[in-house]
Design a protein around this ligand. Structure first.
Ligand code: SF4
Length: 301
């Protein structure tokens, strides 16, 4: 009798499907994926794939981004309830009011946002290219940065560039506290502290390195240090341990577990391929506008 993994592989071939998984997915889901990475890497993979079907192991906005970039492909999200609380912290109405208050401002939109919000924005960014995207906008141009105040604040302070920040945040990353780092540093004084820019400023202030999940993976691989204290969603530890078996990784807190990301399981990936559920399709008019903002980002990346 075939195992669930064999069934997924078999069906994937029959349907000419590709499986994309975010670095925050469960380890077994990352392992079955054709590509595991961060939002930017996954968008690039989606944009370039020759597959007919994309199974997106992530949250809703990621599957929407794939649908925007590949309007002719079937995009599947294995659990229709896998949303992102941060993406839901801004509505179209709220954004339009803010734009009216600042009619000359450019809107830079973190990809962790709905398709409708992207469609109302000038350019998108991810945590790995936010600095580059903001730097591409003339210095005298006012910027509204949505929806993550932590990423926006980090970019703003690094570039010494004031921006109007939306009050959104990632609840998962905000569970990581500076107190946790101080305690871990006492136990492991040689360990490097590596955190994601969705963390709060006091956590970022204690970090040796701040990066997207792909940037974190690269840093941990290339740095000589043997121990790392990791401040991002705990799913990344699977990849870090797998890629660096001789190194030791400590999660700053196991509370940094995104229950939405973890809704995807191997069983749901299989059911998704069997029944072609749940199909995510962004309406053409919204997709056309959102594509412009995403494409501008991809061109600059
Ligand atoms: S980790 Fe944060 S930003 Fe990512 S999906 Fe979960 S809630 Fe959203």
């Amino acid at each position: 009798m075939s195992t669930i993994i064999e069934k997924i592989k078999d069906l994937k071939t029959k349907r000419n499907a590709v499986i994309l998984a975010h670095n925050y997915q469960r380890g077994d889901v990352q392992d079955i994926a054709d590509f595991a990475g961060d939002s930017l890497g996954l968008s690039q993979q989606a944009a370039n794939t020759k597959a007919d079907i994309i199974v997106f192991c992530g949250v809703h906005f990621m599957a929407e981004t794939a649908s925007i970039l590949c309007p002719d492909k079937v995009v599947l999200l294995p659990d229709e309830h896998a949303g992102c609380p941060m993406a839901n912290m801004i509505t179209l109405k709220q954004l339009r009011i803010k734009k009216n208050e600042h009619p000359h401002a450019k809107v830079v939109c973190y990809v962790n946002s709905t398709a409708a919000i992207k469609a109302e924005s000038d350019i998108c960014c991810t945590s790995s290219n936010a600095m580059k995207i903001v730097s591409s906008i003339p210095k005298d141009q006012e910027i509204i940065f949505i929806p993550d105040k932590s990423l926006g604040g980090y970019v703003s302070s690094k570039l010494n560039r004031p921006m109007i920040l939306w009050e959104g945040y990632c609840p998962t990353h905000h569970r990581i506290l500076s107190e946790h780092i101080i305690i871990l540093k006492t136990k492991h004084p040689e360990a490097k502290v590596v955190v994601h820019p969705e963390c709060t400023p006091d956590v970022i202030a204690l970090a040796d390195h701040v990066a997207s999940t792909t940037g974190i993976a690269k840093y941990c691989k290339e740095t000589d240090a043997k121990e790392f204290i990791i401040g991002t969603e705990t799913g990344i530890l699977h990849r870090l341990k797998k890629e660096n078996p001789q190194k030791t990784f400590y999660a700053i807190t196991l509370l940094a577990d995104c229950s939405n990301m973890k809704l995807i399981s191997l069983e749901k990936v299989l059911w998704s391929l069997e029944d072609l559920v749940y199909q995510i399709k962004v309406p053409d008019d919204i997709a056309a506008k959102a594509r412009l903002a995403i494409q501008k980002m991809l061109d600059l990346s």
